[in-house]
Design a protein around this ligand. Structure first.
Ligand SMILES: Cc1cc2nc3c(=O)[nH]c(=O)nc-3n(C[C@H](O)[C@H](O)[C@H](O)COP(=O)(O)O)c2cc1C
Length: 208
C-alpha cells in the first residue's frame, strides 16, 4: 500500500514548541495524557482549515499507548475531516457534563453551515503549537498532530499524537461524560479508588 504523506509523521521538534501557556490553563504532562482519554469521554475535535476554526463532537476515541497516542474515528461525512486531512492537526477538547447539551448540539450540525463557536457559546483560544484553537470552556485540551493515517481510508481511524496538553481543574465540575451510543449519556458514578490493588501497575498510580 502506498504511504500517504502523513504516515508516521514525526513529533514536533523542541524548537517548534514555544514556551507559552494558553490563557487559563496549566500544562498537563504528556506522559499522563492517557488518563484524560481512558475514561472514554465524549470529546470535541477542533480543526482549522486555513480560514475558519470548527468543532465536532466525537464519541469513538481511545488511548493507543500510555502517554499521548490517541485513536480517533472521524469520517468524511464530517466537514472536519477535510481540515484534518489538509492540516494534519487538531485539538481534542474534553468537556465536563455541564456542557453536555451544547456538545450534543455541536454534533448535530455541520460547520459547513454555521459558526458553531458563536452558536453554542464556545470560545476559541490560541493553542501553543497547532493552528486549531483550544476550547476555553473545556477542562482539558490536547494539541495533536496526525502520527499515522494509514487506517483512515479503510476505517476512518486516525492515530493522533498529543504534542502539548492543558488542564484547568476549576472547569472539571462533575467530570467528563460518556455516550451510551444512542443519544443517552452517563456521567461518572462515584470514583472507586482501587490503587492499592494495582500491584502490577503501581507506576501508573502516581499523582500528577
Ligand atoms: C454524541 C455524538 C457522538 C459522535 N461521535 C462521532 C464520532 O465518533 N465520529 C464521527 O465522525 N462523528 C461523530 N459524531 C457526529 C459528528 O459530530 C457530526 O457529524 C458533526 O455534525 C460533524 O461536524 P462538522 O461537519 O462540522 O465536522 C457524533 C455526534 C454526536 C452527537
Amino acid at each position: 500500500m502506498a504511504e500517504s504523506p502523513t504516515s508516521h509523521r514525526p513529533s514536533l521538534t523542541h524548537s517548534e514548541r514555544p514556551d507559552m501557556s494558553p490563557t487559563g490553563f496549566s500544562e498537563y504532562p504528556l506522559d499522563l495524557v492517557h488518563r484524560l482519554i481512558e475514561p472514554g469521554p465524549v470529546i470535541m475535535v477542533c480543526t482549522f482549515d486555513g480560514e475558519r476554526a470548527n468543532l465536532m463532537t466525537n464519541g469513538f476515541n481511545m488511548p493507543i499507548a500510555h502517554g499521548a497516542l490517541i485513536g480517533l474515528i472521524l469520517g468524511p461525512w464530517d466537514h472536519s475531516y477535510d481540515a484534518l486531512r489538509a492540516t494534519g492537526e487538531c485539538v481534542i477538547a474534553i468537556p465536563s457534563i455541564d456542557l453536555a447539551e451544547q456538545v450534543t448540539d455541536v454534533g448535530n450540525i455541520s460547520g459547513r453551515d454555521v459558526d458553531k463557536w458563536a452558536k453554542f457559546g464556545f470560545t476559541p483560544t490560541p493553542a501553543a503549537v497547532v493552528r486549531a484553537p483550544l476550547v476555553q470552556e473545556c477542562f482539558a485540551n490536547i494539541e495533536c498532530t496526525v502520527a499515522d493515517d494509514r487506517l483512515v481510508d479503510d476505517y476512518n481511524l486516525w492515530i493522533l499524537r498529543g504534542e502539548r496538553a492543558w488542564f484547568d481543574a476549576g472547569k472539571r465540575g462533575a467530570g467528563e461524560f460518556h455516550h451510551r451510543g444512542n443519544g443517552t449519556f452517563s456521567g461518572n458514578a462515584d470514583t472507586l479508588d482501587l490503587r492499592n490493588r494495582m500491584t502490577k501497575w503501581q507506576y501508573l498510580t502516581r499523582d500528577q
